[in-house]
Structure formats: C-alpha cells, structure tokens
Design a protein around this ligand. Structure first.
Ligand code: URA
Length: 239
C-alpha cells in the first residue's frame, strides 16, 4: 500500500502549497473518505482513499505527466534566473512542487516534451537500454545521401570520438527542401544536430514529434500543454 501524509496529498492534488494545505486541514475543510480530517500527518492510502476539499472531490495522483508542445526560445529546465523554462509555461492548475522536463530539448528545438515529477519514469524514458526511440523531424541545409543514411543507421562515430547508437533515418523532401525523419534512443548533447553535421548536412530546424509510440498532440499550440491520459502514458514504452 502506497501512503502519503494528508498535507502532502492535499498540496499535490489540489494545487495549493503545503502551508495552505495545512491551513485547509486545520479549518476542517478537508475530508478523507467522507469524514473531516484534522491532522496533517494522517497517512493516506494513495490508491484507495478519497479526499475532498470544501465538498469537491479530488483524484489522488502520485505523479503528474504533462505533454507540452515546446516553443522555440524556451529552455528545458525547471527554473532559471533569466530565461523562460518549460516549467514556467505550465498553467497553475497543473503546477506541482517538483516538476521537471523528462529530458532536454535545445532552446531552439520545438515539439514534444514531457514534464513530470516522476524520477523513476524519467530514468526509464531516457536510459538507452530501455530502447525508447524519440522521433525528430529535421529540416536540413543539404540532403542526406545514401552513404550518410547508412553511416547513421549503423551508429555514427562523431569527430570528438562520441559513438552513437544505430539510428532510424528517412530522408525526404518538402517543397523542394531537404528534411529527414531521425529516430534515436539516446539523448547526447545536440545529438541530432551533431549526427547530421558529421555527414555534411546541418540542421536548420528541429522538431520532436514522437516518443515511443506517443505522438505530439498537434492541436496544442506552441507553449500549450495538457495532462496526459493513462493510455498515452502507456504508449511511451510500447513502440
Ligand atoms: N538533438 C539535438 O541536436 N537537439 C535536440 O534538441 C534534441 C536532439
């Protein structure tokens, strides 16, 4: 049985600070399974107990998973003194204390990013041994030829000695301009950009559109986000 203190559960699930949660509890406004709970330290069974505040029921969730369409110009971090972060863009109703992006996209890269407070999930998502492929669409300054595709698919050795794992690569053309769909299952620094540059094709624009079998919800405008469904969550490890 997974348990958490009532003040923590209230803060996490009702979008209030831990301090405000304690105040609500003290004021008798929080109920557990229909009965008023006055002790902040009451242990809550996060799988079975039901909590309500002022008569409004809240679902108890241990973690939150948010899908964002990352805009360009925003950094993949929880906080920064000067720059806007992806976590800054999360609306108040989804904010929790320890949110962070599950993996990094460069400041100028757009598209699918997941924001969560679940460290174990993030580790599983990012570890190359779990084989979760991330799909990128790269606009290039020169097309990738057959030989380049072969090098990338076999696992390219970058100039600084970094060995990349085999990638899945499909070059294509749109309005006469060169693009490539590139899928990798690791996340080295500027990896896609460095992989194509090693083949003489430089990334002009980069967008992530898929993680595992989970596609970016294209109805999200740049900077918009929403909580993911259970089904979407399971798609990540299902490719
Ligand atoms: N590869 C890159 O080069 N940049 C990103 O943001 C993601 C993958």
């Amino acid at each position: 049985m997974a348990t958490q203190r009532l003040d923590k559960v209230t803060a996490l699930n009702c979008s209030v600070s831990r301090r405000d949660a304690r105040k609500l509890i003290k004021e008798g406004r929080v109920s557990v399974n229909g009965g008023v709970a006055l002790r902040a330290e009451t242990e809550i069974d996060t799988e079975n107990d039901k909590i309500s505040v002022d008569g409004v029921n809240y679902e108890i969730k241990e973690h939150v998973y948010i899908m964002m369409n990352k805009p360009s110009g925003v950094i993949s971090a929880s906080e920064d003194k000067n720059k806007t972060t992806v976590v800054d863009l999360v609306p108040p109703e989804l904010v929790r204390k320890s949110l962070f992006p599950a993996g990094r996209l460069d400041r100028d890269t757009t598209g699918l990013i997941i924001i969560t407070d679940d460290g174990a999930f993030t580790h599983r998502l990012l570890s190359p041994s779990h084989h979760v492929y991330k799909r990128y669409i790269a606009k290039l300054d020169a097309p990738l030829g057959e030989e380049s595709v072969k090098r990338l698919e076999e696992g390219i050795l970058l100039e600084d000695g970094t060995q990349c794992l085999p990638a899945r690569v499909k070059p294509f053309e749109e309005n006469g301009e060169p693009f490539a769909q590139i899928e990798i299952r690791e996340g080295k620094y500027h990896q896609v950009k460095r992989m194509t540059a090693a083949c003489g094709s430089h990334v002009v624009e980069l967008r992530r559109v898929k993680i595992g079998a989970l596609c970016l919800d294209e109805s999200l405008a740049p900077g918009e986000c929403r909580e993911m469904t259970e089904e979407e969550l399971s798609l990540i490890f299902e490719d």
